[in-house]
Design a protein around this ligand. Structure first.
Ligand code: COA
Length: 697
């Protein structure tokens, strides 16, 4: 296979379908290549011959003498396959097939044939149905998008061609520097994973801006992301939010696992920043591209206006950005630059008359103070001081210190302020009109550099033989859904605390087991045909003595025979009745892209109405499970409210951890719910469980 370096750094290129007519795609691609300052030989190919843009046109690729690394294919779909074949035979290393009209409109065969023809001669294909490729290292702009692209350290990889072209325009307007921009189109051969692997080691990219609509193999993608260099960051926009609960499935976990929530979880686990909007995405990417890793948490806001300072402080609280409140540090740093009526409390208020000189003094002191790790510089237009020196100060500070410490600017005001903003942006300085954008971008910077250690997975003991036996007997029985008692047997074998229970088939046995387990007990009908047991009178709680067991047994049998006459009743479950704690729900499901996924939430209305749940791709470390638990909004209830004591969160972590290991060791478990997992001050017990199995042939 050819090395991707020839795709990004082609020595000589051909444009197959280079058009004589200005405005046509085949003309624009050639023009962009020429105007991008490409140093290698350019071969326009067109049977009509002649010259385009002063370059000699060749009638065919095979008629060229020299070597070609990259061919841009810009002829209609009907002749694109033969054009690709000719390139492959000539020994071209890569073809970027801009042509549309293949698998995206159902023309799958032609696309397959094109790849086969290419592969037969060792050529690889990007596309078809792409806008081309830009690579700063060549440099080459072989796209039909805008001609002006600033070189820089941001790689844009897009699953959408049209959006990719728009992104070229936007990055040009914002003066964002690109290392590359690629769309993957129909991914007939080269995939986003191939492109990312290359970009990880291209020595220029610092930030990847990814637009994705879906991933065929999310798990593989997560593995790939682990290989990125530590200081390279990925910001992703994922389109196509699917509706939570749209799937009709038996378990809670399955119905709550709208794939979008799983993407959220997987991105978080992989350390990818997910932006909700293109605007956020661009802001974050610009900040990550410009700023170094913050050396610590202490952030200082420097402002000339109290109001805007408070807005920024509020935003810091909202996003979890730490404003230092070390008064000694603040006093030492800023006391001497303050007018008497100013304030060195954070936000540091230089007051309305502060101009370029005052900002320079304050910024420089903050930038030279090791215990201040990042700065948000705010300016609110006052017309008390000229704007020009202010802008010069900001640019000077960035040039002197920008690579050592993050400085994020937010400027608010009229025309003059807008001009400064534009100027700062054009120099690659993270500057925003809205304080909220500034703070959200600083938060993104902090999140991006959060340490994500490869964590050790603890060994857990499980009675695997028992689990295997239960699953086989269910399969032999021709069922896919386990009885509650079977599911609990598996839970217990996996090391999860399950209150003692047994299935009985007679009144005598019921009494014997109840006495052995100890009162109070719960009695439940055991039948695969009765799903909503309570609704048919198949459950009795608080059974306190022998008399109640006998009456209860008869009542349950009577109710079930009456309400579900055809049900196969296997017996009655007698289980130890346990006290009430905090009801939680732990689950696992199987996602088509990410595989086994875990879920946690509080039971009852929290899960059913508020859908307050968190997901993770399994298996996960205990530390990550801790984060998952803290993610739900109802988490404070586990910490104890209204005088209650803190619940045993470690027990929940242990149970979820075991479920993660269980579903990975037994992939045939397609869905699983423990509902509820009752949590106490000490311990957590699985009172009810549901498991579905699916054996892949
Ligand atoms: N080898 C080389 N050039 C050939 C050729 C061959 N065998 N046969 C014809 N040509 C020339 C044509 O003469 C023409 O040049 P001219 O304008 O100087 O006459 C040029 O190739 C283009 O062919 P044409 O038939 O005019 O096609 P077109 O420009 O109308 O369309 C595409 C070609 C590829 C742009 C079009 O088919 C297409 O797919 N458009 C969509 C592209 C797109 O949106 N991609 C996805 C982006 S995200």
């Amino acid at each position: 296979m050819a090395d991707l370096k020839y795709l990004f750094n082609p020595r000589h290129v051909a444009v197959v379908g280079a058009s004589h007519k200005e405005g046509k795609i085949g003309h624009t691609v050639l023009k962009n290549i020429v105007e991008s300052g490409y140093k290698g030989k350019i071969y326009p190919i067109n049977p009509k011959g002649g010259e385009i843009l002063g370059i000699k046109v060749h009638e065919s690729v095979s008629s060229i003498d020299g070597e070609i690394d990259l061919a841009l294919i810009v002829v209609p779909a009907s002749i694109a396959v033969s054009a690709v074949e000719e390139c492959a035979k000539k020994g071209v290393k890569f073809a970027v097939v801009i042509t549309s009209g293949f698998s995206e409109i159902g023309n799958i065969e032609a696309e397959k044939e094109m790849v086969e023809k290419a592969r037969a001669n060792g050529m690889r294909i990007l596309g078809p149905n792409v806008f081309g490729i830009y690579s700063a290292s060549a440099p080459i702009n072989a796209t039909f998008g805008p001609s002006k692209i600033c070189p820089g350290n941001i790689a844009v990889i897009s699953q959408s061609g049209a959006l990719g072209i728009a992104m070229i325009g936007k990055t040009a307007e914002e003066n964002m520097g690109l290392s590359t921009i690629v769309s993957i189109g129909n991914k007939a051969d080269i995939t986003e994973a191939d492109i990312m692997s290359y970009v990880f080691n291209d020595d220029i990219t610092k930030v990847i801006f990814l637009y994705i609509e879906g991933l065929e193999n999310g798990r593989e993608f997560m593995e790939l992301v682990k290989k990125k260099p530590e200081n390279m960051q990925i910001v992703a926009i994922k389109a196509g939010r699917s509706k939570v609960g749209a799937r009709a499935v038996a378990s809670h976990t399955g119905s709550l696992a709208g794939s979008d929530k799983i993407f959220d979880a997987a991105f978080k686990q992989a350390g990818i920043l997910r932006a909700e909007s293109l605007e956020d995405g661009f802001n974050w990417v610009a900040t990550l591209a410009a700023c170094p890793k913050p050396a610590g948490k202490n952030v200082v806001i420097i402002t000339n206006g109290g109001g805007i300072g408070v807005l920024a402080a509020d935003a810091c609280e909202k996003y979890g950005v730490t404003l230092t409140s070390d008064m000694e540090l603040l006093k030492k740093t800023f006391e001497n630059v303050m007018p008497k009526f100013g304030s060195y409390k954070n936000p540091v208020d230089l007051t309305g008359q502060a101009g370029g000189a005052e900002y320079r003094e304050a910024l420089e002191r903050a930038l030279n103070e090791d215990n201040i790790h990042a700065i948000i510089a705010l300016y609110c237009q006052t017309d008390m001081t000229p704007l020009e020196p202010l802008m010069d100060t900001f640019i000077e500070m960035q040039e002197k210190y920008g690579s050592k410490k993050p400085i994020i600017y937010s400027l608010f005001g009229g025309e003059g302020t807008e001009e400064i903003l534009e100027k700062l942006k054009s120099k690659g300085i993270p500057a925003f009109g809205d304080v909220e954008d500034a703070v959200s971008s600083l938060k993104a910077l902090y999140t991006a550099y959060e340490k994500r250690k490869e964590e050790k997975m603890d060994e857990v003991e499980m009675d695997e033989e028992k689990i295997r036996k239960v699953i086989s007997s269910v399969l032999e029985d021709g069922r896919k859904q386990l009885l509650g008692t079977e599911a609990k047997e598996i839970m217990a074998a996996a090391g999860i605390d399950v209150p003692p229970f047994r299935v009985v088939k007679s009144i005598g046995e019921a009494v014997e087991v109840a006495e052995e387990i100890g009162y109070p007990v719960v009695m439940k009908v055991v039948s695969e045909d009765i799903i909503h047991k309570t609704d048919v009178g198949g459950v009795l709680i608080d059974i306190d003595d022998k008399k109640e067991v006998i009456e209860g047994y008869e009542a349950i049998m009577r109710n079930c025979r009456q309400n579900v006459p055809k049900a196969n009743i296997r017996g009655i479950e007698i289980a130890k009745m346990v006290p009430h704690g905090v009801e939680t729900i732990v689950g696992a499901t199987t996602d088509s892209s990410f595989g086994k996924v875990l879920m946690f939430g509080l039971g009852g209305i929290y899960v059913e109405v508020l859908k307050d749940v968190a997901f993770r791709v399994a298996p996960v470390s205990k530390r990550e499970i801790g984060k998952m638990i803290r993610e739900i909004s109802s988490y404070p209830l586990l910490l104890g409210v209204r005088g209650e004591k803190r619940k045993d969160i470690d027990s929940i972590i242990d149970s979820i951890y075991r479920i993660g290991i269980l579903v990975n060791r037994f992939p045939e478990i397609s869905e699983l719910d423990i509902n509820p997992l009752m949590v106490y001050e000490k311990g957590a017990k699985a009172l009810d469980a549901r498991i579905n199995i699916e054996v892949k042939k």
